[in-house]
Design a protein around this ligand. Structure first.
Ligand code: ZN
Length: 171
């Protein structure tokens, strides 16, 4: 089921999310819905607060060509980040059509729980590293525009307020 994606500004996008406890059918359904919603958007990552669920769960798939590699990360934690940094032009499904350069560690090691309840860890590089850090930020109520200067951030926020007013009018 496609879920609707919250658009910035929204107080739910600024809150720290709660850890996922037991992996119930509800959690499995949430993960499946989030993957469907992400692919449909289309996007390469989606965090639970973006669909209004204040839990530490994210989905991503940074494969652009070739077979899909859907990933579900529950309670992800960054264990290690490289000193080496990299700049990517980031966007966000909660901030449609706005892009900006963000500097982050080039590689990170992340551990998480998978849908079977098993512990996983993996070192991410390239686009995957940027994406996983962007999505984990969402779980802490942080958006990529929080890395920008105040003027750029305000400009984007005003555009989003306008977009939300237009969408509300269209019903
Ligand atoms: Zn985002």
């Amino acid at each position: 089921m496609i879920r609707s994606i919250l658009i910035h500004p929204d107080p739910r996008l600024k809150k720290r999310c709660e850890p996922v406890g037991e992996i119930t059918d509800e959690v499995r359904r949430l993960a499946a819905d989030m993957l469907e919603t992400m692919y449909e958007a289309p996007g390469i990552g989606l965090a639970a607060p973006q669909v209004g669920v204040m839990k530490r769960l994210l989905v991503m798939d940074c494969i652009k060509e070739g077979p899909a590699e859907p990933m579900v990360l529950i309670n992800p934690v960054v264990d290690w980040a490289s000193e080496d940094q990299t700049v990517y032009e980031e966007g966000c499904l909660s901030i449609p059509d706005q892009y900006a350069d963000v500097k982050r560690p080039a590689e990170v090691r992340v551990r998480w729980t998978d849908l079977e309840g098993a512990q996983q860890d993996r070192q991410f590089a390239g686009l995957w590293a940027t994406c996983v850090q962007h999505e984990i930020d969402h779980l802490d109520g942080k958006l990529f525009i929080d890395y920008l200067g105040p003027l750029k951030r305000q400009m984007i926020t005003r555009k989003m307020e306008k977009l939300k007013r237009e969408r509300a009018r269209e019903g």
